[in-house]
Write a protein that binds this ligand. Structure first.
Ligand code: PHE
Length: 390
């Protein structure tokens, strides 16, 4: 039976959302508007009473605003869910547009309940008996109903550098390489001496080293793990070594004192420079696309001989010349070379029997290229608004 006008007026919002529009005697657009007006007023009143009453502790404050949100927004049995179910879904055809419109307006207004601002707006105050009663009232059905759904934590995602690292790792894993790692706090021996960089050698200055003491550094590259792995496994050896490295660089758009490298190392009885070229060309094409060309130019590293610098044809302009490749058509992507016989020897591997190649690349720069990021600082500022884009 349809309730009388006075009965309808006496009903609480909670009672009303359990009835259909017909049962509530709402038959036209004006009635719909009035009804939704009441709902919004009730919501606003509950929100402002929560804000003005305050809470006795932060935990209490969080609990109060959560129960208000649950009461209105819970997917199951929240007031909005009920309104959707009972008023919108069952409304007669001619009323649908106006119910839909009002419902959307209500939903938008309810979004304010989701915001941190609500929590922050609730003042803290010394607990009194009155406050406790009010709080219990506000909590209302929310806390009593233990079957209400819990809160979902927003799902995070992998950091773009981690994503890039994994993508590179996967290409080498598919080629039969294994992943190896080593310490970030490293001895001068592994970071320099064993890599054929004696103390007097000027090339030591190439790496702006952060020293912990005279014998210990924050590793300046992942190359020391070459030696550690040779000692541990001997030959043959096919590994890649991802990890953090540190240099005394001033932060700017392309430098951070901490950055990521991936080292590659292949040692076997018949490894030649052709293997190095073939593997790195294959890698570049897998990562950046089949159209990519690679270019090898002579370079110098004390731990490889000969040494090379690898560039790929610019992934932005295809080699025509653009802002990113500084009109050269090429982007330098790694250092590489044939492992120096002395380094094999230092790692306990007989250079008469074995030869090898190695490369080192900067993962952060790859991520910047791939995701078109122009400032490396963005990667390490932990700003979720930036990071959630990936
Ligand atoms: N370790 C070198 C660097 O950090 C890169 C490199 C690795 C070069 C392996 C050649 C072979 O600059």
């Amino acid at each position: 039976m349809r309730p009388s006008r006075t009965q309808t007026l006496a009903m609480t919002i909670d009672e009303k959302v359990r009835k259909t529009l017909a049962e509530l005697g709402v038959t036209d657009a004006a009635g719909v508007e009035a009804l939704f007006g009441e709902v919004r007023a009730a919501m606003e009143q509950e929100r402002s009473s929560l804000v003005s009453h305050g809470a006795s502790s932060e935990a209490e404050r969080d609990r109060l605003s959560k129960s208000l949100r649950d009461r209105w927004l819970a997917r199951q049995n929240g007031l909005l869910a009920n309104i959707d179910e009972r008023w919108l879904k069952t409304s007669p055809k001619e009323l649908k547009p106006s119910v839909g419109k009002s419902f959307n307006g209500l939903r938008q207004a309810a979004a304010a309940l989701e915001m941190d601002a609500l929590v922050k707006g609730v003042g803290l105050k010394i607990p009194t008996k009155v406050a406790a009663v009010d709080a219990a009232e506000i909590r209302g059905a929310g806390l009593r109903d233990l079957t209400l759904p819990g809160y979902c934590r927003p799902l995070g995602s992998l950091h773009p550098v981690t994503q890039m690292q994994r993508e590179i790792e996967q290409i080498f894993l598919n080629l039969g390489f294994r992943i190896e790692d080593g310490p970030e706090i490293e001895s001068v021996y592994y970071n320099f001496d064993a890599l054929n960089i004696p103390e007097s050698h000027p090339s030591r200055d190439d790496w702006d080293t952060l020293y912990i003491n005279a014998q210990t550094v924050l590793r300046t590259h992942t190359s020391p793990v070459q030696i550690r792995a040779m000692e541990k496994y001997g030959a043959p050896l096919y590994i890649i070594i991802p990890g953090k490295c540190y240099r005394h660089d001033n932060p700017d758009a392309s430098h951070t004192p901490m950055f990521h490298q991936i080292e590659g190392l292949a040692i076997d009885s018949d490894i030649t420079f052709a293997d190095l070229k073939g593997t790195l060309d294959f890698f570049a094409k897998k990562l950046f696309g089949e159209k990519i060309h690679t270019r090898f130019q002579p370079s110098f590293f004390p731990f490889t001989e000969p040494s090379g610098e690898v560039a790929i044809s610019c992934i932005f302009c295809g080699g025509e010349g653009c802002r990113v490749c500084k009109e050269s058509g090429w982007i330098e992507v790694m250092g590489c070379g044939m492992v120096h016989p002395q380094v094999l020897h230092n790692g306990g591997i007989d250079p008469e029997k074995y030869s090898g190649w190695a490369f080192g690349l900067g993962v952060d720069r790859y991520a910047m290229m791939k995701y078109d990021i122009n400032d490396i600082q963005l990667l390490f500022q932990s700003d979720v608004r930036f990071l959630e884009q990936f």
